[in-house]
Design a protein around this ligand. Structure first.
Ligand code: HEM
Length: 398
């Protein structure tokens, strides 16, 4: 049943709900497994099984108009090669091509650089009274990693990151202006990085993108054109930055709130990869994925009409008691088969291995220096964007 008689309310732009959405998510799962928000005109599914089954059914739930509510509404023309906003067959072609250059080896060779960066960022705070998990570590690490792959010069990195972050931020109590979101995908300086790499090849991913050849959807063997390379680079920078920053922020806040579990990790660093999975499950950095409904479809006994927007609340799915025992309990030693924080199905996050590695290295390096901390709640600050959920500032007291 859709929630016609229920007083339950959810929308992704409400700051109060966003502060702690889990009580609302529980009610959605129990009382309105297919939720309809009349004022913003969208449907939502919140159970783990529904998030998975809708993610798999790409014929019905389409990405080609965007995967954020206001982007779908804006009617934005999706840039070629931005395959997070594509469906098969084009999605398969573009994703396969990216998989050829964004390899496991390319990810694993970044580990030493990550560790070096973490040491540079954290060493100055040894012996001090505190540092900020986001400002001093989490905000920069992902950008540095992506920049190493794409050849973005150090002096531009901060500006590129801020450009994406600002574009997606929302103001309290109002749905974002569609045009603002679309503007956030402006591409100007990336063209310069590509041009630079064309003339100065290196051993990075950008060089591979420029040099790779493939058979396109017309059957022609060719190189990627300028626009395609640009959109590939932009996709990595947009998808891999804020999400991973949020993972690092949640790591600081959750382990600050659970000192006993933090101590277990200090005593047994082999538990750290599992802890990162639990942090991802418990606080999904990218909690909502939107889809355009391409045909009438029945969900929980109600017809969702063609042309609707469906939100898949993966953060709600991760707390579904139908899937996880005692889901609101944070437990770094929980055995997790899988969660849906990286999505599910054919759009499953391509950067999952990289994000997991960044999360693990960051936590290892923090714990090696600072086995104890407490969050300075008075000075901590949340950020509200249309795509990610987490901390803008997370100062901790050592
Ligand atoms: C903790 C960090 C991250 C989280 C929580 C996350 C989450 C997600 C989610 C939920 C999706 C699926 C979107 C959908 O179904 O519409 C996705 C897709 C994607 N992610 Fe990530 N991501 C993270 C880090 C990264 C990183 C580091 C990169 C690369 C540098 C990356 C690149 C991508 C790409 C390219 C896609 C599109 C895949 C496709 O459409 O086939 N992500 N991510």
């Amino acid at each position: 049943m859709v929630n016609s008689k229920s007083d339950i309310y959810y929308d992704p732009y409400d700051f109060e709900i966003d502060a702690d959405p889990y009580p609302v998510f529980r009610r959605l799962r129990d009382e309105a497994p297919l939720y309809y928000n009349e004022s913003l005109d969208f449907y939502a599914v919140s159970r783990f099984a529904d998030v998975e089954s809708c993610s798999i059914d790409w014929q019905t739930f389409r990405s080609e108009r965007g995967t954020v509510l206001e982007i779908i509404r804006s009617g934005m023309v999706v840039p070629r090669g931005m395959f997070i906003f594509e469906d098969p067959p084009l999605h398969n072609l573009h994703r396969r091509l990216m998989a050829r250059v964004f390899t496991a080896r390319r990810v694993s060779v970044l580990e030493d650089r990550m560790r070096e960066y973490c040491a540079t960022a954290l060493d100055p705070f040894v012996g001090s009274s505190g540092f900020d998990f986001v400002r001093d570590l989490g905000a920069d690490l992902p950008m540095r990693v992506i920049s190493a792959m794409l050849g973005i010069p150090e002096e531009d990195q901060e500006a590129v990151r801020d450009h994406f972050d600002e574009g997606l931020r929302i103001e309290e109590g109002r749905a974002p202006d569609h045009r603002e979101t679309v503007r956030s995908t402006d591409t100007s300086n990336f063209a310069e990085y590509i041009s630079f790499r064309r003339h100065h090849p290196s051993d990075d991913l950008m060089t591979d993108l420029i040099e790779t050849t493939f058979e396109d959807d017309q059957g022609t063997q060719r190189h990627l054109d300028e626009e395609e390379i640009l959109n590939y680079a932009l996709l990595l920078a947009a998808a891999g930055n804020e999400t991973t920053t949020k993972l690092i922020g949640w790591t600081g806040s959750l382990l600050g709130a659970h000192p006993d579990q933090r101590h277990r990790l200090v005593g047994n660093p082999g538990l750290i990869p599992g802890a990162i999975e639990e942090i991802l499950r418990y606080e999904a950095p990218s909690p909502v994925q939107a889809r355009y409904v391409s045909r009438d479809v029945e969900l929980h006994g109600t017809t969702v009409p063609e042309g609707s927007v469906l939100l898949m609340l993966n953060a709600a799915g991760n707390r579904d008691e139908r899937q996880f025992a005692d889901p609101d309990r944070f437990d770094v030693e929980r055995t997790i088969d899988h969660h849906v924080s990286f999505g599910f199905g054919l759009h499953f996050c391509m950067g999952a291995a990289l994000a997991r590695l960044e999360g693990r290295v960051a936590l290892e390096e923090v714990l090696a220096r600072f086995p104890d901390w407490e969050v300075d709640h008075e000075n901590a600050e949340r950020v509200h964007t249309t795509t990610v959920r987490g901390w803008h500032r997370l100062p901790v007291i050592l």
